[in-house]
Ligand binder design. Structure first.
Ligand code: FCB
Length: 444
């Protein structure tokens, strides 16, 4: 079977990972600026101060995308550029940047897909409690309103949140990402407040004319370490609730999954009247970010969580050490359809990709055959899901460019285009040519 009419082939980036220019045009500090500048937080002290200098080099990057043939670009708007203090009037110079970018993309035949929150919370909001504070949800809706007010006439697709589970878990529970808090299970309110922010933002976006609105979640199939062990199966179920359902069930079916395995009162104390119906505001699509499955075993008796993660073995791995399992991607897509059936909106694969230690060879090329194999196998899995009747309307490769990979700094290289951080020279890798040919062939 072919791809659906109008299928989107895209590439994705996020503001803090590529833009740089952190002090320009009135941008305020974000949690990631503060985190990255705190010694010991990011590998080798790397920061996003310059990143890929996309803030200045975007015309070259748009040209690279036009040449690649993608018909959509997923990027994020830095909240601290639009509202440097996290609330109040918009900073017009911050919005001007995205305005120019959107116009240039449209002129190149590339539909902008905007993420509003890809983890760069304005630091003043963090100082007031960040996502632990319910008020941040209202501030987020206000930001969404201001962004859409300026751009919704030209932006076809809006993603409110990117991977709220990672913000909750890595940012607030384990402290390995900004803002670096180690609240463990006390971080749970950040789930509810992000989701409330999502629901409020859906209404704010639509009120300014946004046409297609959704969110992008991170999914990882949960495998019991020993499928014959009931305790390991319980651990996998608990992880599934936490990772795959906590941010999807409420949006698609208006209720949190059973979080009893986590112990304590769960999310109930934070849910006010009507919150769940705000969170379940109808969306037009669900964004799926997929990288790898996770293997779980029963935790030790005194463990803080109802699961323990163990390595997935027996598969090749990426430069991050992540197992390469395209079949898990297919089973995830089938599981989503099985779980939500008629309630499942159209899907977009909003991220999928891999890092490898790519280098520019003596002949000036970057031979990243392993990335080609990764993308080829995952796109094949997606096509099988489409053949199964799952409504998937687009695929965004992570990422257009090598970029700032959060706590790992510039070490991992996820791009279809290599970036030399000394010179900012872009070198399309072999995978770029491969993706270009795939897009050209599939649009015939
Ligand atoms: C995802 C993030 C994205 C990128 C990839 C590798 O979790 O959304 O920004 O870092 O992982």
């Amino acid at each position: 079977m072919g791809l659906p009419e109008g299928f989107r082939w895209g590439v994705a980036t996020a503001a803090y990972q590529v833009e740089g220019a952190v002090h320009e045009d009135g941008r305020g500090p974000s949690t990631w600026d503060v985190f990255a500048h705190t010694p010991g937080r990011v590998r080798d002290g790397h920061t996003g101060d310059v990143a890929c200098d996309h803030y200045h080099r975007w015309p070259e990057d748009v040209a690279l995308m036009r040449e690649l043939g993608v018909n959509s670009y997923r990027f994020s708007i830095a909240w601290p550029r639009v509202q440097p203090s996290g609330s109040g009037a918009a900073n017009p110079r911050g919005l001007d940047f995205y305005d120019r970018l959107v116009d240039a993309l449209l002129a190149a035949g590339i539909d902008p897909a905007v993420t509003l929150y890809h983890w760069d919370l304005p630091q003043p909001l963090e100082d007031a409690g960040g996502w632990m504070n319910r008020d941040t949800a209202y501030r987020f809706a206000e930001f969404a309103y201001r962004a859409a007010d300026r751009l919704a006439d030209r932006v076809g697709m809006w993603i409110t949140l990117n991977e709220p589970v990672v913000v909750m878990a890595y940012g607030y529970a384990f402290g390995v990402y900004a803002p670096g808090r180690t609240l463990m299970l006390d971080a749970l309110p950040t789930a509810h407040h992000q989701l409330l922010g999502h629901g409020l933002a859906v209404t704010a976006l639509r009120s300014r004319g946004a046409r297609r609105v959704g969110l992008a979640n991170h999914y990882s199939p949960a495998w019991p370490a020993d499928p014959s062990s009931a305790a390991d199966r319980d651990a996998a179920l608990a992880f599934d609730g936490f990772m795959n359902r906590m941010f999807t069930d409420p949006v698609l079916s208006g209720a949190y999954p059973d979080l009893g395995a986590l112990g304590g009162p769960g999310l109930a104390p934070y849910v006010h009247d009507l919150d769940m119906s705000v969170i379940a505001s109808p969306i037009d699509f669900l964004g799926v970010n997929y990288y790898q499955p996770t293997r779980l075993k029963a935790p030790p008796a005194d463990g803080p969580l109802p699961f323990d993660m163990v390595d997935v073995t027996g598969y090749p791995v990426t430069g991050m050490g992540w197992p390469i399992v395209p079949d898990a991607f297919l089973s995830l897509l089938r599981a989503l359809r099985g779980r939500y059936s008629n309630g499942l909106p159209p899907l977009y694969i909003t991220e999928n990709g891999c890092s490898f230690p790519d280098e520019v060879g003596p002949d000036g090329t970057v031979d990243d055959t392993a990335r080609i194999e990764f993308l080829d196998a995952h796109i094949a899995a997606m096509r099988t899901a489409i053949d199964d009747g799952i409504d998937i309307r687009g695929y965004y490769a992570w990422s257009l460019l090598d970029n700032f990979e959060w706590a790992e700094g510039y070490h991992p290289r996820f791009g279809l285009v290599h970036v030399d951080y000394e010179t900012q020279k872009r070198t399309p890798k072999r995978s770029y040519g491969w993706y270009r040919d795939l897009i050209a062939a599939s649009s015939k």
